[in-house]
Design a protein around this ligand. Structure first.
Ligand code: SF4
Length: 316
């Protein structure tokens, strides 16, 4: 008979890699196959150290700015998207570049441009300084996108014409918090136009719904993800908001604070959209070594989304 304490691990599904992250990683791998090392990548291709280190070992060089890349090596733009000025500069320098922007981020870019062409000013709901926000705001001339991060920010919005506004959002926000900000915008600017189809992506929405589905069965939630991963941090918040007293981000198993979950009989585990499944396996194994473990999968949606890599890399 086992001397270990019993513990049930509720594994949320969907979790981990989304189609946009999967495509971005494939793009770097195929670029390395096609052009050989080094291939430059502007910004972390996805926000996960494990993934970035693995690609670095294969010959990818991660930089923050285009001026750190030589003219004669290919450069890849990350899944978060880039301001328009970046591909324009790459073209000016006659560089080979591949844009790994997630198609769901590109959809928001197109939306912003369409509204701008119709003479509307944009309000973007998002987190200041996040690469996706910088990329999306950088699709339009300065001053054309006003950023709001919270409900309180809505009161401070000073539009050119309150009757000629549209809003867009970052793709990885909290579904519930964003709904509150949208309601505040609509209350203040009744004519504001929203996206035809939700900007928060399917992967973000599904991962948050899966956390809500396990929240009332667990005493602690571990979200596998990086501190700079927006969708992972939102999962921690969703866990807390759903009543989980201990909701914590961990990059890997060695970051688990075992004392914090001592005495718990039911723990939830999920992973942000940029965390590979191998890190989930690592966490499950760590629990198995310490507990008489039962693993239960709680699946709230099936994901079949897949994005093609750009044509230039298909034959690679
Ligand atoms: S989280 Fe959503 S928007 Fe971001 S890369 Fe994944 S699918 Fe695309």
């Amino acid at each position: 008979m086992s001397t270990l304490s019993p513990l049930t691990l509720y594994l949320a599904a969907p979790r981990g890699f989304c189609a946009g992250v999967d495509r971005a990683i494939k793009i770097v791998e195929l670029a390395l196959q096609k052009w050989g090392a080094p291939v430059y990548v502007r910004h972390e291709i996805v926000h996960n150290k494990f993934v970035v280190d693995g690609l670095r070992d294969k010959g990818a060089v991660f930089v923050e700015e285009l001026d750190e890349c030589p003219d004669d090596r290919p450069v890849i733009f990350s899944a978060h998207g880039v301001p328009k000025a970046i591909p324009a500069e790459a073209r000016r320098r006659d560089m080979v570049f591949v844009d790994a922007t997630c198609p769901l981020v590109s959809k928001v870019h197109v939306e912003a441009e369409r509204h701008h062409a119709e003479g509307l000013q944009m309000v973007m709901i998002g987190h200041a300084g996040h690469p996706e926000v910088l990329g999306t705001m950088g699709q339009l001339p300065q001053g054309e996108v006003l950023l709001v991060e919270t409900v309180a920010d809505v009161a401070g919005v000073v539009p050119r014409d309150p009757a000629r506004l549209a809003f867009i959002t970052q793709t990885t926000l909290s579904v519930d918090d964003t709904a509150e900000i949208v309601a505040a915008l609509q209350a203040r600017f009744p004519a504001i136009i929203g996206p035809a189809k939700e900007d928060i992506c399917y992967a973000t929405t599904n991962r948050q719904a899966a956390v809500k589905a396990i929240a009332d069965r667990i005493e602690a939630l571990l979200v596998i993800g990086a501190p700079n991963s927006s969708n992972s941090r939102r999962l921690v918040e969703v866990g807390s908001a759903a009543g989980c007293a201990y909701s914590q981000l961990v990059m890997r198993a060695d970051e688990i604070d075992w004392r914090a979950i001592e005495g718990a009989r039911a723990v939830g585990v999920t992973a942000g959209a940029s965390a590979p499944e191998v890190l989930v396996d690592e966490v499950v194994d760590a629990f198995r070594q310490r507990y008489d473990l039962t693993v239960e999968l709680v699946e709230t949606a099936l994901e079949r989304v897949e994005f093609k890599v750009p044509r230039v890399l298909r034959e690679a």
